[in-house]
Design a binder for this molecule. Structure first.
Ligand SMILES: Cc1cc2nc3c(=O)[nH]c(=O)nc-3n(C[C@H](O)[C@H](O)[C@H](O)COP(=O)(O)O)c2cc1C
Length: 488
C-alpha cells in the first residue's frame, strides 16, 4: 500500500521539482491578466504558475494553473514516474480504473481549517478568475468537483461541471438532467419539489479531479474508484451545512443547495474545443451556505484554448476506448487521443486485415459514453504509426487514406453542442445536424504483401547493423539537435 502524501500540495511540489510548475509572488489581476499569463506560459512551453497574490482575494490564498497540461504531470498524478511512456500511462489507467474501495468518514479534515458560514460565506474572496474576454464572468468552478447524492440510494456522484460566480453567495452550475449525472440527481430532488444538497470541492488528491472528468456509470461512486486506484480508502469529512461528505484533504469546499426553478443566465465560457461558441443560457444556481478551506488554500483553475491546458481527459478517453475495443475482441494495438484533437479525434492502430474492422472500431467508439458525445473523428492506422504522434497520423492520412474510397462520412450523429463547426441556433443547442467520420488509413486488405510500398525512413529501410554503426558514428559528432516540427 502506498501511504506517501498524495494531496494537491504534494502533487504541486513534485511538479515544481520536476520543473513543470513555478511560484509567482507578484500581484496578478484575476480579470484577464491571470488567464492571459496561463495561456502564454502554456503556449510557450513554460512551467505552469502557482500565484500567491491574486488581487482582492483572501490574503494567503493561492491559485494554480496548467498543472495537468503535460503527460509527465498526469503520470505523477497517477503515482508513476514522470518519464512513463504515454501508452504505458494509458494502460495503467485502463487497468486500475474500475477497482473500488469504499471511503471512510473521519472526524476532522484540513479542508475545514477555516469555516465561513451564512453571510460570511462569500465566494468573491476566492481567487477565481475571469480568464477570457468573452467569458460571462468569474469562473470559480473549472477544476471543481461537484458532489451530489442520489436521494434514493447510496450513490454519491462526483463530476466536473463549470461554475460561474453570480454574486457573493450564488454560483451558476451547468447541471443538466440530459447531460450529466449531477443534473440527473438534481431532477430527482426537484421532481419531489425539494432543494438538492450540493458541494463543490477543489484540490485534494489530483486523482479526484481526474476522476471527476470522465465520470463513472450511473450508480457507481467515483470516490470508491479513487480509493481503488490509490489502494486505500479516501478519507472524507461531513460538510458543515449540508448532508454530504467531501475529501478531508481538499483545499476549498463550497456548500449549498439548488432549488427547483432557481436559474440564472450562465456563460459563455471559452471551452475545450478552443473556440468561444456558446451563448449565455439559464443554468441552476447554488445558493451558498458555507465556504471552508485549508490554511493558504490553493485553488486549481483551467484556461482552455488551443492547445488544451489539460491532457488527462485524453489519457482517460484512450484508456476507456481501448478497454471497449478489447472487450469487443477487436484486434487492435494502440489507441491514442492526441492532444491537438482536444478529445474530438481518436486514432487506433491495427495490422490485422479483416474486412470491416475499421468500421467496427468506429462503431465501438461511437457506442462509448464519451465517444458518442465528443469524438466524431475516428482515424484507423497501421501499427507503423504511433497514434499519439500527430505528424505521423497526418502522414498516414495523406499517404494511405484514399480521398474517395477511405473516408466514410456518417451523417446524423449527435455532435457536442460546443463543436465549433455546428451552425449557431437551435440545432447546435441540441447537438443536431452533426456527422461522424472514419478515416481508414490502413492498407487495403486485398493488397498483396509484396505490393505494400516500403517505408523510406531510417528505422525501416536499413539493416539493423548498419543503423547501429551509423548511430554510433553520428553520436561521436556531438551535433546539436534542430527542431523539425517548426511552424514555418
Ligand atoms: C475541466 C473539465 C470541465 C468540464 N466542464 C463540464 C461542464 O461544464 N458541464 C458538463 O456537463 N460537463 C463538463 N465536463 C465533463 C464532465 O465532467 C463529464 O461529462 C463527466 O462524465 C461528468 O460526470 P458525470 O458523468 O458523473 O455527470 C468537464 C470536464 C472537465 C475535465
Amino acid at each position: 500500500m502506498n501511504h506517501a502524501r498524495t494531496d494537491f500540495r504534494a502533487f504541486l511540489d513534485t511538479l515544481t521539482v520536476a520543473g513543470l510548475m513555478h511560484g509567482i509572488d507578484e500581484p496578478v489581476d484575476p480579470y484577464l491578466e491571470a488567464g492571459a499569463i496561463n495561456r502564454h506560459l502554456l503556449e510557450s512551453g513554460l512551467p505552469g504558475p502557482i500565484y500567491s497574490r491574486i488581487k482582492d482575494s483572501i490574503p494567503g490564498m493561492r491559485l494554480a494553473a496548467n498543472m495537468f497540461a503535460t503527460f509527465p504531470g498526469v503520470a505523477i498524478a497517477l503515482g508513476l514516474p514522470a518519464d512513463t511512456d504515454v501508452h504505458d500511462i494509458i494502460d495503467c489507467y485502463r487497468e486500475r480504473f474500475g477497482r473500488t474501495t469504499e471511503p471512510v468518514v473521519v472526524a476532522e479534515g484540513e479542508c475545514q481549517q477555516n469555516v465561513l458560514l451564512g453571510d460570511d460565506a462569500d465566494l468573491t474572496g476566492l481567487p477565481a478568475i475571469h480568464g477570457h474576454p468573452g467569458d460571462g464572468g468569474r469562473y470559480l468552478g473549472t477544476f471543481g468537483v461537484s458532489v451530489t447524492k442520489d436521494p434514493d440510494s447510496d450513490w454519491t456522484n462526483w463530476g466536473i461541471y463549470r461554475g460561474m460566480i453570480h454574486g457573493p453567495r450564488a454560483l451558476g452550475i451547468t447541471l443538466h438532467p440530459q447531460i450529466n449525472h449531477g443534473g440527473r440527481i438534481m431532477a430527482a430532488y426537484h421532481r419531489e419539489d425539494r432543494p438538492m444538497p450540493y458541494a463543490m470541492f477543489f484540490g485534494g488528491d489530483p486523482l479526484y479531479t481526474i476522476l471527476g472528468g470522465p465520470g463513472a456509470p450511473p450508480g457507481v461512486s467515483e470516490v470508491d474508484i479513487a480509493g481503488g486506484m490509490r489502494g486505500r480508502p479516501v478519507e472524507l469529512v461531513r460538510c458543515k451545512t449540508v448532508d454530504l461528505t467531501v475529501p478531508a484533504d481538499a483545499e476549498i469546499v463550497v456548500e449549498g443547495t439548488v432549488s427547483p426553478g432557481d436559474v440564472l443566465p450562465e456563460g459563455p465560457f471559452a471551452e475545450y474545443p478552443g473556440y468561444l461558441v456558446s451563448d449565455p443560457a439559464p443554468a441552476p444556481v447554488v445558493r451558498v451556505t458555507a465556504v471552508t478551506y485549508r490554511h493558504r488554500a490553493i485553488l486549481p483553475t483551467c484556461s482552455m484554448g488551443i492547445p488544451m491546458d489539460m491532457v488527462f481527459p485524453q489519457i482517460q478517453m484512450a484508456a476507456n476506448f481501448k478497454r471497449a475495443l478489447l472487450q469487443a475482441r477487436l484486434p487492435i494495438d494502440k489507441v491514442g487521443v492526441p492532444r491537438a484533437g482536444n478529445g474530438m479525434a481518436v486514432v487506433v492502430s491495427t495490422d490485422t486485415p479483416i474486412a470491416g474492422l475499421p468500421q467496427r472500431i468506429a462503431a465501438t467508439i461511437w457506442s462509448d459514453a464519451a465517444g458518442s458525445k465528443l469524438t466524431p473523428y475516428v482515424i484507423v492506422v497501421n501499427t507503423d504509426v504511433d497514434p499519439m504522434d500527430t505528424d505521423a497520423v497526418l502522414h498516414a492520412i495523406v499517404a494511405k487514406c484514399h480521398p474517395a474510397r477511405d473516408i466514410h462520412v456518417y451523417p446524423g450523429f449527435y455532435n457536442a453542442p460546443l463543436q465549433p463547426y455546428l451552425p449557431p441556433g437551435p440545432h447546435r443547442a441540441l447537438g443536431a445536424g452533426g456527422a461522424n467520420v472514419l478515416f481508414d488509413c490502413t492498407w487495403p486488405i486485398d493488397l498483396a504483401p509484396q505490393d505494400i510500398p516500403l517505408r523510406s525512413d531510417f528505422a525501416t529501410s536499413y539493416p539493423e547493423d548498419l543503423q547501429r554503426r551509423i548511430k554510433h558514428r553520428v553520436d561521436a559528432w556531438s551535433l546539436t539537435p534542430i527542431d523539425l516540427r517548426g511552424k514555418n
